[in-house]
Design a protein around this ligand. Structure first.
Ligand SMILES: Cc1cc2nc3c(=O)[nH]c(=O)nc-3n(C[C@H](O)[C@H](O)[C@H](O)COP(=O)(O)O)c2cc1C
Length: 364
């Protein structure tokens, strides 16, 4: 059993290979019609966003994704309550770099006071966007009424949104789900209400809170919001995108303004290049095995330098465990176990060197 320092362990271990169900809509919009904008930030056609992810979208990973074409990146979510109380580990999550712009800082909380106060603190860190999380399904957040928990208290959700928009001069956006459960698929009305509060973009993860991460994302409801003639803010679609083909379908069939990618980036920050090249038909060569393993090693170095050797390695394990690069290596089980147990950088680098040779010998 590998110990990950994360409450999302189960999600990762049981993350299946989802297939995206993309059902055609009657109305589709060509991406050429309009270039996506949030406030004054221009993204160009069919931009790809890196999803905010706790314990994943630290500054190092955000920069890697940016290098490969992520048009927008977000910090992991930041607790408004902890921020207001100046908890050091929370405040450190506000560190952003000019090189990763445009970047959004995401906050979550359960009272209007905390959220407004937190938004003002976040504004001092000069993000390009402040994103409000109304989608986190985990018990310790949603169970207390924050994140997706707000989907059961729409008046408070709207009050928070309205007051945060009023309190800051940065564009405010929201990320949420389809509703609390399948009997409460409120996203179509909610999108209009949020727009009326003054948000400048809405990200929709095509699941309900009850679904957590199970089942398949329902893109038809995301498309219904996008194709609602009363909606004029950009709609960012999210959920189960793992391949260039799926991203293209999401744009073509649902007309979303941007596609946000989460779990498929684990151990694969180059996914943005793969999708970008496909969407733009660049014909560019894919990354080589050496380039990909170099990147995983770079990520390891960044994490070790940023944290320390042991915790830096722990932080990288999620990516090593999920990276598609090791798929197909015969008799890989023992090596995989060793890779996910290593506690020293030298040890891990040796294992990665062995993997590199084995993958290359497979290809030749
Ligand atoms: C490990 C992990 C951490 C996450 N943390 C956040 C978060 O901090 N804020 C947020 O809005 N969503 C968070 N999410 C949800 C993702 O942003 C995204 O909505 C979800 O994974 C669906 O997209 P995907 O199918 O492309 O992964 C997290 C998801 C995972 C797997």
């Amino acid at each position: 059993m590998i110990i990950f320092n994360s409450k999302y362990l189960l999600i990762i271990l049981f993350y299946p290979r989802f297939t995206v169900t993309l059902q055609p809509q009657n109305k589709t919009r060509s991406f050429l019609e309009e270039t996506m904008k949030i406030g004054n930030i221009e993204f160009g056609p069919q931009p790809l966003f890196l999803a905010p992810m706790e314990d994943v979208t630290d500054i190092g990973f955000r920069m890697l994704c940016k290098r490969f074409g992520a048009a927008m990146v977000y910090t992991e979510f930041v607790s408004a309550e902890a921020l207001v109380r100046s908890i050091k580990s929370t405040v450190s999550k506000l560190t952003i770099s000019d090189e990763e712009r445009p970047v959004g800082i995401q906050i979550y909380g359960r009272t209007t006071e905390d959220m407004v106060e937190a938004a003002k603190i976040v504004e001092q860190a000069h993000p390009d966007v402040i994103d409000i999380n109304f989608g986190c399904p985990v018990k310790k957040v949603a169970g207390k009424g924050a994140g997706a928990g707000m989907l059961r208290n729409i008046p408070l959700l709207l009050d928070i949104t309205r007051e945060v928009v009023k309190a800051v001069n940065v564009p405010v956006t929201v990320k949420t789900r389809l509703g609390w459960d399948c009997d409460n698929l409120i996203i179509t009305d909610l999108a209009e209400q949020l727009q009326d509060c003054g948000i400048q973009a809405l990200t929709i993860h095509g699941r309900t809170r009850s679904q957590m991460y199970t089942g398949e994302a329902d893109w038809s409801l995301i498309g219904a919001v996008k194709n609602n003639p009363r909606i004029h803010i950009p709609i960012i679609g999210n959920g189960d995108i793992t391949t260039p083909e799926e991203a293209k379908l999401a744009f073509d069939r649902y007309g979303v303004d941007a596609v946000m990618i989460g779990r498929a980036t684990f151990g694969r920050p180059w996914i943005f290049k793969e999708i970008r090249d496909y969407l733009d038909n660049t014909g560019a060569a894919p990354l080589t095995v050496d380039e990909k393993i170099d990147l995983l090693e770079e990520q390891l170095r960044i994490n070790v330098e940023r944290i320390d050797e042991y915790r830096g390695i722990l932080h990288t394990r999620r990516h090593l465990a999920a990276s598609p690069i090791f798929k197909g290596i015969p008799d890989f089980r023992q090596t995989r176990i060793a890779m996910l147990r290593a506690t020293k950088v030298d040890e891990l680098t040796e294992i990665l060197k062995e993997c590199r040779e084995r993958i290359k010998s497979l290809e030749s």
